[in-house]
Design a protein around this ligand. Sequence first.
Ligand SMILES: CC(C)(COP(=O)(O)OP(=O)(O)OC[C@H]1O[C@@H](n2cnc3c(N)ncnc32)[C@H](O)[C@@H]1OP(=O)(O)O)[C@@H](O)C(=O)NCCC(=O)NCCS
Length: 178
Amino acid sequence: MKHSSRIKNYFDSAEASIIPLDDAFVPSTEQLKQIVTICNSEPNYSMLFKEKKGAKPYTAEDAAGFISWAQRGWSGSEYFVFLILEDGRIAGAVDIKSASKDASEIGYWSNPDRKGFMTAAVTDLCSIARSMGYQKLYALVRTHNSKSANVLERAGFVRDNESVVKDGSDYFRYSKQI
Ligand SMILES: CC(C)(COP(=O)(O)OP(=O)(O)OC[C@H]1O[C@@H](n2cnc3c(N)ncnc32)[C@H](O)[C@@H]1OP(=O)(O)O)[C@@H](O)C(=O)NCCC(=O)NCCS
Protein backbone atom coordinates (compact mmCIF):
# COMPACT_ATOMS: atom_id res chain seq x y z
CA MET A 1 0.00 0.00 0.00
CA LYS A 2 1.32 3.47 -0.93
CA HIS A 3 1.18 6.28 1.59
CA SER A 4 0.59 9.97 1.23
CA SER A 5 -0.13 12.39 4.04
CA ARG A 6 -0.39 16.06 4.97
CA ILE A 7 1.91 18.03 7.25
CA LYS A 8 2.02 21.65 8.43
CA ASN A 9 4.82 24.22 8.36
CA TYR A 10 6.02 25.16 11.85
CA PHE A 11 6.22 28.89 11.06
CA ASP A 12 3.09 29.66 9.03
CA SER A 13 0.97 26.47 9.28
CA ALA A 14 0.91 26.14 5.47
CA GLU A 15 0.16 22.57 4.41
CA ALA A 16 2.29 20.24 2.32
CA SER A 17 1.85 16.67 1.09
CA ILE A 18 4.29 13.82 1.54
CA ILE A 19 4.03 11.67 -1.55
CA PRO A 20 5.95 8.61 -2.77
CA LEU A 21 8.48 9.50 -5.49
CA ASP A 22 7.45 6.48 -7.53
CA ASP A 23 6.49 5.89 -11.19
CA ALA A 24 3.21 7.76 -10.68
CA PHE A 25 5.15 11.00 -10.16
CA VAL A 26 5.92 12.82 -13.41
CA PRO A 27 8.08 15.85 -12.61
CA SER A 28 7.40 19.14 -14.39
CA THR A 29 10.27 21.13 -15.88
CA GLU A 30 9.74 23.61 -13.05
CA GLN A 31 10.03 20.89 -10.39
CA LEU A 32 13.27 19.59 -11.95
CA LYS A 33 14.65 23.15 -11.85
CA GLN A 34 13.59 23.45 -8.21
CA ILE A 35 15.54 20.27 -7.34
CA VAL A 36 18.65 21.67 -9.06
CA THR A 37 18.37 24.97 -7.18
CA ILE A 38 17.75 23.27 -3.83
CA CYS A 39 20.62 20.79 -4.23
CA ASN A 40 23.07 23.56 -5.22
CA SER A 41 22.06 25.71 -2.25
CA GLU A 42 23.52 25.61 1.23
CA PRO A 43 23.58 23.67 3.47
CA ASN A 44 22.44 20.94 1.05
CA TYR A 45 25.35 21.18 -1.38
CA SER A 46 28.07 21.04 1.31
CA MET A 47 26.37 18.37 3.39
CA LEU A 48 25.17 16.01 0.66
CA PHE A 49 26.56 16.68 -2.82
CA LYS A 50 29.94 18.47 -2.76
CA GLU A 51 32.03 15.34 -2.16
CA LYS A 52 30.01 13.14 -4.56
CA LYS A 53 30.17 15.79 -7.30
CA GLY A 54 33.89 16.53 -6.85
CA ALA A 55 32.88 20.16 -6.10
CA LYS A 56 31.10 20.50 -9.47
CA PRO A 57 27.54 21.91 -9.52
CA TYR A 58 24.47 19.68 -9.22
CA THR A 59 22.96 19.60 -12.72
CA ALA A 60 19.62 19.00 -14.45
CA GLU A 61 20.93 15.51 -15.35
CA ASP A 62 21.58 14.87 -11.65
CA ALA A 63 17.98 15.86 -10.86
CA ALA A 64 16.61 13.55 -13.58
CA GLY A 65 18.90 10.79 -12.28
CA PHE A 66 17.61 11.34 -8.74
CA ILE A 67 14.00 10.93 -9.96
CA SER A 68 14.68 7.69 -11.82
CA TRP A 69 16.83 6.32 -8.95
CA ALA A 70 13.95 7.05 -6.54
CA GLN A 71 11.43 5.40 -8.86
CA ARG A 72 13.63 2.28 -9.12
CA GLY A 73 13.68 2.07 -5.32
CA TRP A 74 9.90 1.91 -5.18
CA SER A 75 9.51 -0.49 -8.10
CA GLY A 76 12.07 -2.91 -6.61
CA SER A 77 10.79 -2.36 -3.03
CA GLU A 78 14.41 -1.71 -2.03
CA TYR A 79 14.33 1.88 -0.70
CA PHE A 80 11.60 4.50 -0.48
CA VAL A 81 11.91 8.20 -1.36
CA PHE A 82 9.11 10.69 -0.64
CA LEU A 83 8.75 14.30 -1.80
CA ILE A 84 7.37 17.10 0.33
CA LEU A 85 5.18 19.14 -2.03
CA GLU A 86 3.59 22.47 -1.18
CA ASP A 87 1.09 23.36 -3.91
CA GLY A 88 3.26 21.40 -6.33
CA ARG A 89 6.41 23.24 -5.23
CA ILE A 90 9.23 21.08 -3.86
CA ALA A 91 9.77 21.81 -0.16
CA GLY A 92 12.04 18.82 0.50
CA ALA A 93 12.56 15.08 0.33
CA VAL A 94 12.77 12.29 2.92
CA ASP A 95 13.80 8.69 2.37
CA ILE A 96 13.97 5.26 3.96
CA LYS A 97 17.25 3.94 2.67
CA SER A 98 16.77 0.17 2.91
CA ALA A 99 14.22 -2.62 3.12
CA SER A 100 15.67 -3.86 6.44
CA LYS A 101 12.59 -3.84 8.61
CA ASP A 102 14.47 -4.35 11.89
CA ALA A 103 16.38 -1.07 11.42
CA SER A 104 16.79 1.24 8.42
CA GLU A 105 18.72 4.44 7.85
CA ILE A 106 16.75 7.53 6.78
CA GLY A 107 17.81 10.75 5.06
CA TYR A 108 16.36 14.12 4.09
CA TRP A 109 16.96 17.55 2.56
CA SER A 110 14.83 20.65 2.57
CA ASN A 111 14.30 23.71 0.42
CA PRO A 112 16.19 26.46 2.31
CA ASP A 113 13.50 28.93 1.15
CA ARG A 114 10.86 26.80 2.81
CA LYS A 115 12.16 25.91 6.26
CA GLY A 116 9.73 24.62 8.87
CA PHE A 117 8.42 21.38 7.32
CA MET A 118 11.20 18.95 8.17
CA THR A 119 10.49 18.04 11.79
CA ALA A 120 6.88 17.31 10.84
CA ALA A 121 8.05 15.36 7.78
CA VAL A 122 10.47 13.16 9.74
CA THR A 123 7.82 12.59 12.43
CA ASP A 124 5.38 11.58 9.70
CA LEU A 125 8.03 9.37 8.07
CA CYS A 126 8.19 7.42 11.36
CA SER A 127 4.44 6.71 11.14
CA ILE A 128 4.70 5.78 7.47
CA ALA A 129 7.63 3.46 8.19
CA ARG A 130 5.80 1.82 11.08
CA SER A 131 2.83 1.14 8.83
CA MET A 132 5.23 -0.42 6.32
CA GLY A 133 6.51 -2.81 9.01
CA TYR A 134 9.73 -1.07 10.09
CA GLN A 135 10.66 -1.35 13.78
CA LYS A 136 13.49 1.14 14.11
CA LEU A 137 14.90 4.06 12.09
CA TYR A 138 18.28 5.73 12.39
CA ALA A 139 20.17 8.61 10.80
CA LEU A 140 23.88 9.34 10.50
CA VAL A 141 24.52 13.05 11.02
CA ARG A 142 27.85 14.82 10.55
CA THR A 143 28.97 15.93 14.01
CA HIS A 144 28.85 19.62 12.95
CA ASN A 145 25.37 19.36 11.31
CA SER A 146 23.44 20.82 14.23
CA LYS A 147 20.37 21.71 12.09
CA SER A 148 19.91 18.06 11.22
CA ALA A 149 20.51 16.96 14.82
CA ASN A 150 17.81 19.44 15.92
CA VAL A 151 15.30 17.86 13.52
CA LEU A 152 16.00 14.37 14.87
CA GLU A 153 15.86 15.43 18.51
CA ARG A 154 12.52 17.21 17.95
CA ALA A 155 11.25 14.06 16.20
CA GLY A 156 12.15 11.90 19.21
CA PHE A 157 15.40 10.31 18.02
CA VAL A 158 18.14 9.64 20.58
CA ARG A 159 21.89 10.02 19.97
CA ASP A 160 24.40 7.25 20.67
CA ASN A 161 27.19 8.22 23.07
CA GLU A 162 29.98 7.52 20.60
CA SER A 163 30.49 9.12 17.19
CA VAL A 164 31.23 6.88 14.19
CA VAL A 165 33.67 7.43 11.31
CA LYS A 166 32.36 6.93 7.76
CA ASP A 167 34.42 7.70 4.66
CA GLY A 168 36.82 9.71 6.78
CA SER A 169 34.13 11.96 8.37
CA ASP A 170 32.74 11.91 11.92
CA TYR A 171 29.04 11.22 12.36
CA PHE A 172 26.60 10.91 15.23
CA ARG A 173 24.05 8.10 15.00
CA TYR A 174 20.51 8.96 16.07
CA SER A 175 17.89 6.24 16.36
CA LYS A 176 14.26 5.75 17.26
CA GLN A 177 12.17 2.67 17.97
CA ILE A 178 8.96 3.32 16.05
C1 LIG B 1 18.61 19.63 8.24
C2 LIG B 1 17.51 20.33 7.44
C3 LIG B 1 16.73 19.30 6.68
C4 LIG B 1 16.60 21.06 8.42
O1 LIG B 1 15.53 21.64 7.67
P1 LIG B 1 14.57 22.75 8.29
O2 LIG B 1 13.54 23.03 7.29
O3 LIG B 1 15.40 23.87 8.77
O4 LIG B 1 14.01 21.96 9.56
P2 LIG B 1 12.71 22.17 10.44
O5 LIG B 1 11.58 22.53 9.58
O6 LIG B 1 12.54 20.96 11.28
O7 LIG B 1 13.10 23.35 11.43
C5 LIG B 1 13.33 24.69 11.03
C6 LIG B 1 13.16 25.58 12.23
O8 LIG B 1 11.79 25.53 12.60
C7 LIG B 1 11.66 25.54 14.02
N1 LIG B 1 10.91 24.32 14.36
C8 LIG B 1 10.47 23.37 13.50
N2 LIG B 1 9.73 22.45 14.15
C9 LIG B 1 9.71 22.82 15.45
C10 LIG B 1 9.11 22.28 16.60
N3 LIG B 1 8.34 21.18 16.55
N4 LIG B 1 9.30 22.90 17.79
C11 LIG B 1 10.06 24.01 17.86
N5 LIG B 1 10.68 24.58 16.78
C12 LIG B 1 10.49 23.99 15.59
C13 LIG B 1 13.04 25.66 14.60
O9 LIG B 1 13.30 27.02 14.85
C14 LIG B 1 13.93 25.17 13.47
O10 LIG B 1 15.18 25.78 13.46
P3 LIG B 1 16.41 25.24 14.38
O11 LIG B 1 16.65 23.81 14.04
O12 LIG B 1 17.53 26.13 14.00
O13 LIG B 1 15.98 25.38 15.80
C15 LIG B 1 18.11 21.35 6.46
O14 LIG B 1 18.97 22.23 7.15
C16 LIG B 1 18.85 20.71 5.32
O15 LIG B 1 18.30 20.37 4.28
N6 LIG B 1 20.19 20.51 5.49
C17 LIG B 1 21.03 19.94 4.45
C18 LIG B 1 20.79 18.46 4.22
C19 LIG B 1 21.05 17.65 5.47
O16 LIG B 1 21.85 18.01 6.31
N7 LIG B 1 20.34 16.53 5.56
C20 LIG B 1 20.43 15.63 6.69
C21 LIG B 1 21.57 14.71 6.54
S1 LIG B 1 21.73 13.68 8.01
